[in-house]
Design a protein around this ligand. Structure first.
Ligand SMILES: NC(=O)c1ccc[n+]([C@@H]2O[C@H](COP(=O)([O-])OP(=O)(O)OC[C@H]3O[C@@H](n4cnc5c(N)ncnc54)[C@H](O)[C@@H]3O)[C@@H](O)[C@H]2O)c1
Length: 264
């Protein structure tokens, strides 16, 4: 066996000794921060991204920092793609223990001009995508008698958001789903929780700022009790706690990570 083969085998062995965490929409933004944090916590992380190649690049960066990660391309709204990604994850890394449904789109559209297609697209990615991801992963968690499911929702579902009825509805659906799954799978050793961010600086938010559709970070910070907008690491820290062994008595909850702003 060559040195390269030995090191690939050693890496595979290292991956298989770790709990496997799947994070969707993790090629950038909050999802990437969550993937990086879970890798630092010792999980083997399956990074799922929609744009081909972006998840692999994110995983490469995590591996270069000493973590264990692999990238998979899948559109979470497409069940066949999600099932194929999960099959590849099981083959590469082993059974899944942690699922983080983070992938989402957040377009703005006045309600009276919102088309059924626009409504269905947002619900299809944000809510049905969550259904696809969680349902495709859950058999592994049930088999192990231990698991953690985290849905990344939004303060928009708690306080409303103009021109985002589709988005707010999808995020409220995640919160309701969290409660339903928590009671359905509690005795199977699985906890299910939501993290609800608000005003987190990510590249997609920066684009909206540049387009002038949302206020600047400084203007937003004036209305946030802790005096700053959030960063991906703030959300990742909450996820890190909720997926830990010591969070085993916390389920069906929404943890609002919002600097003290708004409600919830
Ligand atoms: N940034 C914020 O201020 C904020 C506030 C509240 C909630 N959130 C939530 O946090 C999560 C991450 O948000 P973000 O700001 O990092 O957004 P983002 O747009 O930077 O990241 C979302 C990721 O999901 C991916 N994605 C989109 N559609 C997908 C699909 N069909 N299949 C697979 N991947 C897909 C995108 O490619 C992207 O990488 C989302 O669920 C969002 O609703 C963010």
């Amino acid at each position: 066996m060559s040195i390269a083969e030995v090191s690939v085998e050693a890496a595979d062995h290292a991956a298989r000794e770790r709990r496997v965490a799947v994070v969707t929409g993790a090629a950038g933004g909050i999802g990437l921060s969550i993937a990086e944090r879970l890798a630092a916590d010792g999980f083997a992380v399956a990074v799922i991204g929609r744009t081909p190649g972006t998840a692999a690049a994110a995983a490469d960066a995590i591996n270069a920092n000493g973590g264990v990660a692999r990238g998979y391309d899948a559109d979470v709204a497409d069940r066949e793609q999600v099932d194929a990604a999960l099959a590849a994850i099981r083959a590469d890394l082993g059974a899944v223990s942690v699922v983080v449904a983070n992938a989402a789109v957040a377009p703005q559209q006045a309600f009276l001009e919102m088309t059924l297609d626009q409504w269905n697209t947002v619900l299809g990615i944000n809510l049905t995508g969550t259904f696809n991801t969680v349902q495709a992963s859950l058999p592994d968690l049930i088999d192990a008698g231990w698991g953690r499911v985290i849905l990344i929702s939004s303060s928009s579902a708690q306080r409303g958001a103009p021109r985002m009825a589709h988005y707010a509805a999808s995020k409220g659906g995640q919160m309701a789903m969290t409660k339903a799954l928590a009671v359905e799978f509690g005795k199977a050793g699985i906890t299910v929780n939501t993290v609800a961010p608000s005003s987190v600086d990510t590249p997609s938010v920066a684009k909206k700022r540049a387009a002038g559709t949302i206020p600047s970070a400084d203007d937003m910070a004036k209305f946030i009790p802790v005096g700053r907008v959030g960063v991906g690491e703030d959300i990742a820290a909450a996820v890190s706690y909720l997926v830990s062994d010591q969070a085993g008595y916390v389920t069906g909850q929404t943890l609002s990570v919002n600097g003290g702003s708004f409600i919830g």
